[in-house]
Write a protein that binds this ligand. Sequence first.
Ligand code: GRF
Length: 217
Amino acid sequence: MTSVPKLLKPVEKGSDPLLALAVLISGRGSNLQAILDAIADGRVRARVSVVVSNRAEAPGLQRAAAAGIETLVLPHRDAPNRAAYDELLVGALQARGVTLVCLAGFMRLLGPRFCDAFPQAILNVHPSLLPAFPGVDAQRQALEAGVRVSGATVHFVTLELDAGPVILQAAVPVQADDTVESLSARILAEEHRILPQAVQWVIEGRCHLENGRVVLR
Ligand code: GRF
């Protein structure tokens, strides 16, 4: 049995300093906002130390700035290869004392260097009930497959795309007249609910890995 994540110290209520979280984004940043809102009203006991985007035009950067959080733009094209980009990211996060990383719409694959630097301390949110519909356009994939139920997943990140141990899922019924937009909107509402919840569970040390699965305690 492995305690997840090993590097995190449980945060006692009222203790200071709080655990340092990094949120990585590429776009709108509504999941980042959900985390910020949850921190603001005490549902998540952490502080966001830095928000990193690989795209300078990501609207989510404005949300971070509005909350007074440091933003960092690290364009992946500036790095000669994936390993070098990982190195850049790891350096930036470690320099800020980050121990927990949240991928919230971050559209880059992370390699071994990054995953090894934050063992069992990287979370991702995905708009389907994994392992169904990994990769891009998950909501469109669900509609095209004709499933009656889709949803949202928060999972630990491994080297395999959208395939790490599941922490929390929420089901969303697919309606007969759903479009990609309408289904995405209902799934997104669930993402905003389960991502902060999963972050807090990890912070509290409630997630344990047994045989590659997350067991909650
Ligand atoms: C979300 O649907 C997330 O699951 C997916 O990308 C989208 C990001 O949305 N990986 P936002 O930037 O958090 O608004």
